[in-house]
Structure formats: structure tokens, C-alpha cells
Design a protein around this ligand. Structure first.
Ligand SMILES: [Ca+2]
Length: 289
């Protein structure tokens, strides 16, 4: 019995029993007892219906709240595989035709220059190499193989950026400045809790540097995460996406910013106002050029 039906039934019973009183002035003791019993039965049914309604509401609320949280953590024992190999890679400049960025995701960790397995930029300030994983993944760790036959120190220090923006320097860093041990061919950097489609390696500083990488491996459970934005271009806390609440805007789309009115767009009223959120820059602050 629904809660509304309870009220209607109760009123019907009262009207029914009061009809006995139209010829007399009061209910008989028997009629009063019958009325009391009938109302108690209805009350019990009403209480049961109310409890069920409250329970359903609590379940729905719990579900809604669960939906607002980030995806569940990766189960212990999930596979940990390199998802970077064979993906499309880029770098800010190219030293030579045989040092293309793809050399660092070719599956060959050989650090000798003549093995033609290393990418290398020209000498420049803040050179960067990055790989597009194609979708957003949880990144467990990044393993970098250094050049081995020469110039090992050129890699130090380096930064790792991970995130969904193709403006890779605007993605959060995994840790700070990293240093590879010069007597080790590779370094493994843990990035707990980090997610992203793009993984970049960048050399900081104001001097011109070569960025040489002989392999970059990105280890993940290889399960792509749900998107943090919606197809209907709505955003904000009232419009959660499968992978995020508040719902975000695709930082690489023509509409990367969330307006105070919960629409993704690119105008000043989406990207440059009080209450606007620009998802191209998830650091919350501008990096120096
Ligand atoms: Ca390689």
C-alpha cells in the first residue's frame, strides 16, 4: 500500500463509521471498537509503506552519492602492463631523421646510439617528449631508459607530466625533479593516483639541453577510465560525468571551459570570468612560458 493510498483509506473509514452517527448522536461502543481496530490495521500498513519508501529513498541517495565519487580503486592483483609501446609520440624538436619520437616507444630498450632505438631533440630550452595513450588511464609508474654509450648526465634533472590536456606542460607533474642514477640503464618512477591520456618527459631549466630517451614505458592496468565530460556539453556539480564530479569539459575540444551556467564553451564567459573553470590548465596556475 502506498503512503497516499493509506491516507485515502483512513479517510474512507472515518467517513464510513461516522455515517452510523447520522441517525443517532454518537457511535455505539461496538462501532467505536470496530473503528479503532480498522484504523490500527490501516496505521500498521501505512507505517510499513512509509518504512519501505524511506528505505528506497536511502538506497537511491546512496547510489547517487556513489555515482559522484571517482571510479573505484584498481583491484589488487590487476595486470600491470606497458601501454605506451606503439602509441603515437611527439617531441618539441627532432635532432635527426633517425631520432624520431617513436623510437622511445618502439619496444627496444637498447641505449646505444647506433642501435637506432633512441629519440633525441635538438638542443633547446625545456625540450619535451610525450606520448598520446589514446584514452585516459590510471598510470602506476613510468620507466625511462637512458642513453648508455655517452652523455648519461644530460637527462638530469627531468620532470614527468601526466594528464588529459594535450598542452602537456599544463598537466600535473608526477613528483618533482627526478635524477636517474648514472650507473643504471633505467629508472622507474611511481605515480600513485595519477590519471591521464598524455605522458610527457620534460627537461626543466633555462639552458639549452638535448632530450635523449631510448625507451619510455608507461605501466597501467590497461583499463581505460570513463570520460570526465559529457556529450551534451553540460558541466559542473549538477551535471556529473561517468568519470568525474563535477562534470568537466574536454580540454582538447573546441569547448574546453565550464561557464558558471554549466555549459562548456570557449568564450570569455566560459574561460575568463569569475566562476569559470578552464580544463586546459588543470594545475590551477599558469606555468612560465
Ligand atoms: Ca627504443
Amino acid at each position: 500500500m502506498g503512503h497516499k493510498n493509506c491516507i485515502q483509506t483512513t479517510l474512507s473509514l472515518v467517513v464510513y463509521f461516522l455515517s452510523f452517527g447520522t441517525e443517532g448522536s454518537v457511535l455505539t461502543k461496538v462501532e467505536a471498537a470496530q473503528l479503532k481496530t480498522a484504523l490500527e490495521v490501516v496505521k500498521a500498513k501505512c507505517d510499513a509503506a512509509k518504512d519501505q519508501a524511506n528505505q528506497t529513498s536511502a538506497t537511491l541517495n546512496a547510489g547517487a552519492i556513489a555515482g559522484l565519487h571517482p571510479p573505484a580503486p584498481v583491484p589488487t592483483g590487476a595486470p600491470d602492463v606497458n601501454i605506451a609501446q606503439g602509441k603515437t609520440a611527439y617531441q618539441t624538436s627532432n635532432y635527426a631523421g633517425y631520432t624520431l619520437p617513436s623510437r622511445s616507444v618502439d619496444g627496444n630498450t637498447n641505449g646505444r646510439w647506433n642501435a637506432l632505438s633512441c629519440s633525441c631533440t635538438s638542443a633547446e630550452t625545456t625540450p619535451m617528449w610525450w606520448v598520446d595513450l589514446g584514452q585516459t588511464y590510471r598510470v602506476n609508474r613510468v620507466v625511462i631508459y637512458n642513453r648508455w654509450d655517452c652523455c648519461r648526465e644530460r637527462l638530469n634533472p627531468f620532470n614527468i607530466h601526466i594528464g588529459d590536456s594535450n598542452q602537456v606542460t599544463l598537466n600535473p607533474k608526477c613528483g618533482g625533479d627526478h635524477q636517474i642514477a648514472l650507473n643504471q640503464p633505467s629508472i622507474s618512477v611511481s605515480c600513485p593516483g595519477m590519471t591521464g591520456r598524455y605522458v610527457g618527459v620534460r627537461l626543466p631549466g633555462s639552458t639549452r639541453r638535448y632530450l635523449t630517451l631510448c625507451e619510455v614505458q608507461v605501466f597501467s592496468n590497461a583499463v581505460a577510465l570513463p570520460k570526465k565530460w559529457r556529450e551534451d556539453r553540460r558541466c559542473g556539480a549538477a551535471f556529473p560525468a561517468p568519470g568525474a564530479n563535477p562534470g568537466q569539459c574536454d580540454p582538447n575540444s573546441p569547448n574546453p571551459c565550464c561557464s558558471p551556467y554549466n555549459y562548456c564553451g570557449v568564450s570569455r564567459n566560459h574561460c575568463g570570468c569569475h566562476g569559470c573553470v578552464d580544463y586546459r590548465n588543470t594545475l590551477g596556475e599558469k606555468l612560465p612560458p
